[in-house]
Ligand binder design. Structure first.
Ligand SMILES: [Zn+2]
Length: 475
C-alpha cells in the first residue's frame, strides 16, 4: 500500500530521483514542464471540477515542497559538476554498448499485427523464411504462444548482417512481452512482465448536473466514478439522492509506464458531501492483509443494507407517502421507493437474509420478500422475471441478483418498487438508523487512527491547495 504524504498537489516526478540520480538535468526539465502543464490545464474558476497529481512519499531524498525540489535540483545542477561528468560518462558507455549490440544483432524493427496476418505472412514481411517460423515456434515452452497473436499487437525483431533473426519480441500488451533469442541450437524464450509505476492523484468536483459529468470534468474515468459510488453505496442512494451542489474529492492511484497512463488503480481516500452530509472513506489494509474502506473513526463503510437495490439509472419518484397513485389517480400512500429502470435491469438483495416469499401478488406482480435480522423485511415488486433458483427459505447475500426490473402488477412503466419494513411498519430506508457492520478491531485501532488522520490531512491539504489556486486565478 502506498504511503501518502500531506503535501502539495503539484505534479512532480520526484520518484524518478531515487532510481536515476544521474538524470538531474532531464528531471528538472520534466518537473518544470509538468508544473507548467498543470497550471496551464487548470480550468477557470467557473469550471466545476479539476484534478491534479499529488506526489508519492517514496524515499528520504524527497524535499518538502515541489518548489524546493526544483530549487534543489537546479542548484545541484550548478554545483555538482562531478556528478554530471559521471552521468555523461555513463551515457557514453551505454551508447557504445548499444552500438556494439546493434552491430552484432542488427537494428530493431517493428511490425504491427493486422487482422488476417499469420506467422508465415508476418515473417515473410520481415524477409524471413518458413524455416525460421518453424524454428522460432519450436522454442521450448514459449514457442506455442506465437500462435496467440492478435491484431494490434506488435512483433519487434532484429536481423543481423547475415540475415539471421537474432531477437524477436512479441509484445502482447503494454506490460507483457516474450523475448525470443537465437542460440546455437535454436531459440530460447523469456516472458517479460513490467510493473507499472503507481502515482497518487487528487481530484475534486462539485456536481451541477450529474455525478458522471462532474467526474468527467475532474478527469476521472467512468470506472472510477462507479467505484466511488460503490464505496459510498451504503450511505448514499446514488439513484435518487444526488443533488446539485453535492461535491466530492478523492485521492487515488494511477498506473503509468514510461510516463504514459495505463489506467487507474485504487481509490485511497474520498469524501462525498451529499445534501449537506459529509462522508469520508479511507482504504485500509489491516495486519492480516484484508483491505476495506472505513470512516475516519474506524467504522466499516459497509452496512447491513445497500441504499440502492438496483444499479442507479434514472429517477421515477422519491419516497412520498402522500403522492397521487399513477394508476388510481387517488391520494393513496406510496409506501416505498420507486426506481425507474429499463426492463431486465438486475435487482440486488439490499442485505443478507432469507427469502420469505417469491411469486405473484395482486398489485405487486412478481414480487420477492426478504426477511433480514432485526425484524427487517425488504420487498421488491413489479419484476419482469424472478430468479428461479430462489425459493421460500433460500438464503441470499447482499448484492445477489434476486430478479429483474419490469412492470408486472399495477405499474405504469418499468420500475422497481422497493419497500423497507421494520417490525411490519414501512420506513424510509434512507433515513432509518441501522447498526453498523464490523468496525476496525480493537487490536488495529491505534494503527488505523494514525493512518486515518494522516490520510484525512492529505485530503484536506489537497483540497485547500486547490481552493487557494482557484482564488489566485480569479484575482
Ligand atoms: Zn412504487
Amino acid at each position: 500500500m502506498t504511503k501518502l504524504s500531506p503535501r502539495g498537489a503539484t505534479r512532480t516526478r520526484t520518484n524518478g530521483i531515487k532510481s536515476f540520480p544521474k538524470r538531474h538535468l532531464l528531471l528538472v526539465t520534466g518537473v518544470a514542464a509538468a508544473v507548467m502543464t498543470v497550471v496551464g490545464l487548470l480550468p477557470s474558476p467557473q469550471v466545476e471540477a479539476k484534478r491534479s497529481e499529488t506526489e508519492l512519499v517514496i524515499d528520504e531524498f524527497q524535499p518538502d515542497t515541489p518548489q524546493e525540489t526544483l530549487k534543489e535540483l537546479a542548484s545541484s545542477e550548478e554545483k555538482a559538476t562531478p556528478v554530471e561528468t559521471e552521468a555523461q560518462r555513463l551515457a557514453k558507455e551505454e551508447a557504445e554498448r548499444l552500438a556494439a549490440e546493434e552491430a552484432a544483432l542488427g537494428k530493431w524493427n517493428s511490425l504491427t499485427i493486422k487482422s488476417g496476418d499469420n506467422l508465415s505472412t508476418l515473417f515473410d514481411d520481415m524477409g524471413l523464411s518458413a524455416r525460421v517460423v518453424y524454428e522460432v515456434s519450436k522454442t521450448p515452452k514459449l514457442g506455442k504462444r506465437l500462435t496467440d497473436i492478435r491484431p494490434g499487437q506488435t512483433l519487434e525483431y532484429r536481423v543481423n548482417s547475415e540475415g539471421v533473426l537474432t531477437q524477436l519480441r512479441y509484445v502482447q500488451n503494454k506490460l507483457e512481452s516474450i523475448l525470443y533469442e537465437k542460440q546455437d541450437d535454436g531459440y530460447v524464450g523469456k516472458q517479460i512482465t513490467l510493473t507499472p509505476e503507481v502515482r497518487v492523484a487528487y481530484g475534486e468536483a462539485s456536481i451541477k448536473n450529474s455525478l458522471f459529468l462532474a467526474s468527467q470534468n475532474a478527469g476521472l474515468s467512468e470506472k472510477m466514478t462507479m467505484e466511488l459510488a460503490a464505496i459510498f453505496g451504503w450511505d448514499i442512494d446514488f439513484a435518487l439522492d444526488i443533488r446539485s451542489g453535492d461535491s466530492f474529492n478523492l485521492i487515488y492511484e494511477e498506473k503509468y509506464l514510461d510516463n504514459e497512463k495505463l489506467g487507474d488503480g485504487n481509490i485511497l481516500a474520498a469524501t462525498f458531501v451529499n445534501q449537506g452530509d459529509s462522508y469520508t472513506a479511507i482504504r485500509y489494509t489491516d495486519s492480516n492483509g484484508d483491505t476495506s474502506y472505513y470512516s475516519p473513526d474506524g467504522k466499516s463503510m459497509k452496512k447491513a443494507f445497500l441504499r440502492t437495490p438496483v444499479n442507479f439509472t434514472r429517477i421515477s419518484s422519491r419516497f412520498n407517502p402522500n403522492r397521487l397513485h399513477p394508476v388510481f389517480k387517488t391520494k393513496r400512500p406510496h409506501r416505498g421507493t420507486d426506481y425507474a429502470a429499463p426492463t431486465g435491469t438486475p435487482i440486488k438483495a439490499a442485505g443478507d437474509g432469507k427469502i420469505k416469499f417469491t411469486g405473484w401478488q395482486n398489485g405487486y406482480g412478481n414480487v420477492v420478500y426478504i426477511q433480514h435480522p432485526n425484524n427487517v423485511v425488504t420487498v421488491y415488486a413489479h419484476q419482469s422475471r424472478l430468479n428461479k433458483k430462489l425459493r421460500k427459505g433460500s438464503r441470499v447475500k447482499q448484492g445477489q441478483t434476486i430478479g429483474y426490473v419490469g412492470q408486472t402488477g399495477w405499474a405504469t412503466g418499468p420500475h422497481l418498487h422497493y419497500e423497507f419494513r421494520v417490525n411490519g411498519v414501512h420506513r424510509n430506508p434512507v433515513t432509518v438508523k441501522l447498526p453498523d457492520a464490523s468496525p476496525i478491531p480493537k487490536s488495529e485501532r491505534d494503527r488505523f487512527m494514525a493512518f486515518a488522520s494522516k490520510t484525512v490531512a492529505q485530503l484536506e491539504k489537497n483540497s485547500s491547495t486547490m481552493l487557494a489556486k482557484n482564488e489566485k486565478e480569479s484575482e
